[in-house]
Design a binder for this molecule. Sequence first.
Ligand code: CTP
Length: 422
Amino acid sequence: MARILVGVSGGIAAYKAVELVRLATGAGHAVRVVQTPASLQFVGRATFEGVTGAPVLVEEFERDPARGAYPGDPAPSHDPISHLELVRQADLFCVAPASANTLAKLAHGLADNLLTSAALACTAPLVVAPAMNNHMYEHPATRDNLAVLRARGATIVEPDTGRLASRGERGVGRLADPALILETLEGLLGKAGGPMDGLHVLVSAGGTREPIDSVRYVGNRSSGRMGLALAGQAARRGAEVTLVAANVTLPAPAGVRLIEVETAAELLEATRAAFADADVLLMAAAVADFRPSEALDEKISKSGRDGLALALEPTEDVLAALAAQRAPGQTLVGFAAEHGAGAVERGRAKLERKGLDAVVVNDISRAEVGFDAPDNEVTIVTSDAERHVALGSKESVAAAILDAVERLRTTSPDASTVEGEL
Ligand code: CTP
C-alpha cells in the first residue's frame, strides 16, 4: 500500500483519471487528488471524492479538511499548509492527464495553482501521463518540455495513438490506459525491495541498420518487442535498467534509461560504455553480422547501371567482445534465432563459443513466433539445463527469462562470491 497523489489537469481525458484513481484505491493504495481549476470543467470534485473517500483540493489557499492525511492515516493535530503536507506524505506524485499547459508549467517550475506548487514542493518520484490533441503533443515546445522533465528524472507514460476526442481526429495524444499507468506507478513503488533491487541490467533491443548510401541500409525485421519486454520486466523487479535500442519505434517502458543507436558499431560503443557497471546483460538486439564495406555519403543512382554488387565486411560480435571483458559476478544472456531442427544444439554451441551463462533460443522457422510477432516461444539453454517456455506473450517470456537470470545469480559461484564480499 502506498500514498499516491494524483494531479488532474484540464482535458477530456480527466474522466479517465477517475478510472486510474478507482484502480489505485482498489489495489489498496491511499489516494489523494488535486485538480487544476480547468479540470473542473471536465470532472467535478465529488467524483474523485467519492472514489478516494478523501477531500479534493483545487485552490492553493484552500483548507484541507483532512489536514494533508491520506485515507487510513490519522489527521495531524495541527493545520498544515495543504500542498506541502500532501506532497510530504506522498510516495509518488502522478499527473494524469497532464495537459500541454500543465506540462509546460512543470518543465519551467511555475507554481501558479495548487497542482503545480505541489509538484515543485514534491521530492517523491514524479510520473507524468500526457493527454492532448496530436498537434499539441507533437509541437516542438511540448516535445522539449517532455525532454526537460525526462532529463530531470520524471517518468513519462507515453500517450496512445488512435481516435482523439475531437470529431474525426486521429493521432497520438490519447491518455495511456489507466491500468498501464497504475502498472508504471506500482513498478516505481516496487523498485525498493523488488527481487532485482540494486542490480544494473543492460538490455539491447531492436535491429541495427548498416548504411549503403545516404538513404538505404542493410537491416533486419526485429521490432525490439522482446528487448522492450525484458527492460520493462527488469525495471518492475526493481533493477536499474539501461536500454540500448537500435531503431525501435515502439515506446520504451517507463523508468528505464534509453540510449538510441542505429548501427552495430554504435551499439557496440553504447553497450561497452554501460557494460562495466552492469550486473546483467540481456543481448536481445539483432545485430548485423555484416555491413557494406563502404557507405556512400550520397544516394546511389540507378541510371547507367544494370545491377549493383554490394561488398560486405564483418561487424564485430558485440556479445563476444563484451564476454571477453566480463568481470566476476556478471551474468550474460545471448539470444539465438535459429531455423528448425537442431536449434537448441546450435544455441548450446553459441553458449560455449561466446562464453555465456544462458542462450535464449527461438525457432524462427515458425511464423507465429519471433521477429515482429507479439508472441514468442523459446528454450532457455544454460550450462546444465534446457528450459522450454511455452508459446505466450513476449511479456510472459521475458518474465521466464528473468526468473532464469535470478536463478543463475543465486546458484552461480561467481554471484555468491560477490554477495559474500558485500
Ligand atoms: N550478436 C552480437 N553482435 C553481432 C551479432 C550477434 O552481439 N555482430 C549477438 C546477438 O545480439 C545475439 C547473439 O549474438 O544475442 C546471436 O548470436 P550469433 O552467433 O550472432 O547468431 P547469428 O547471427 O544467428 O549467428 P550465426 O549466423 O552464426 O547463426
